[in-house]
Write a protein that binds this ligand. Structure first.
Ligand code: A3P
Length: 288
């Protein structure tokens, strides 16, 4: 239970000195023993960066059609699915993970056989989205804190998956140091701004031949409203008061942080961001 400084705590699981969500430890251990296949596609992102969105795009593109059966909850998340269930999935598998670069399955980093899609999102929007996620997902986090007390937790990485800054630096460096990794790099913002083009690029990266009609079908099917309406009702978790709230589909906008950050928080954030993200792609994308 991580204290937030305001009298509340956030539940997380410590495994080998790193903070994970309170998943079944057997599935977290499975990250180390994960067996990659040549046709695996793995979406990689810090939590709340658009993982579900891009994962769904990838699933539909790989299937070559948009009427594929829905997967319940997070059945594609490497650290949240027991190894034998992952093994049982038929190829090509569309998976996702929030693992830091150095914690990625050894086999993925050594064999470099599967395709990775790496997404970033403005860390200020990530912070707000993660706060809401932690508040809403009572079953895992049991968190009742206020935004003002959560904000420093996010900045110092006292949350599951730890620091956004370290995660992002680690992935940038990892990609640079491993030029033979098959990785497609994109951002939540680019996906918003130019969805059609982004889905086309994704199809090309995945080696999927897709005509204009199929691309726009995928775009439509994976729109925020559509995913919230269709998948949102499955991805609910019982709140303690027994109401059900969609967790993964909240607002789906760029720049919602402006409705949450105070001027002081924004200044503090900018200062830390500039220190932590010097000469990175993320700095170019997200610095003011
Ligand atoms: P917000 O909380 O800002 O709304 P992840 O899938 O990595 O957990 O990311 C969740 C964030 O992506 C949430 O952000 C969620 O609303 C947003 N999101 C989910 N599906 C989306 C979609 N189809 N289009 C745009 N944003 C989407």
């Amino acid at each position: 239970y991580l204290p937030d400084g305001g009298g509340n705590t956030l539940k997380a699981l410590k495994y080998k000195g790193r903070l994970w969500p309170a998943f079944d430890p057997e599935s977290i251990k499975g990250v180390e023993t994960f067996k990659s296949r040549d046709d695996d596609v793995i979406v990689v992102a810090y939590p709340k960066s658009g993982t579900h969105w891009v994962w769904e795009m990838a699933r539909l593109l790989l299937a070559g059609k948009t009427d594929v059966p829905m997967i319940e909850k997070d059945d594609g998340m490497i650290e949240d699915v027991l190894p034998d269930k992952l093994e049982a999935q038929t190829s090509p598998r569309a998976l996702n993970t929030h693992a830091h670069f150095e914690l990625m399955p050894k086999e993925v980093l050594s064999k470099k056989n599967c395709k990775l899609i790496y997404i970033t999102r403005d860390p200020r929007d990530v912070a707000v989205s993660y706060y809401n996620h932690h508040r809403k997902l009572v079953e895992y986090y049991d968190y009742k804190g206020q935004w003002k007390d959560y904000f420093p937790m996010f900045l110092s990485g006292k949350v599951d998956y730890e620091s956004w800054f370290a995660f992002t630096r680690g992935w940038e460096q990892g990609i640079k140091d491993n030029p033979d990794l098959k990785v497609h790099v994109t951002s939540y913002e680019a996906l918003h701004e130019n969805t059609n083009e982004e889905v086309k690029n994704l199809a090309e990266f995945l080696g999927v031949s897709a005509d204009e009609a199929f691309i726009s079908e995928v775009v439509k099917k994976t729109s925020f409203d559509n995913m919230k309406a269709s998948k949102g009702k499955n991805e609910t978790y019982k709140e303690k008061d027994k109401s059900e709230v969609p967790i993964m589909y909240r607002k789906g906008k760029v720049g919602d942080w402006k409705n949450w950050f105070t001027v002081a928080q924004s200044e503090q954030f900018d200062e830390i961001f500039e220190q932590e993200m010097k000469e990175t792609r993320a700095q170019k994308l997200y610095s003011n």
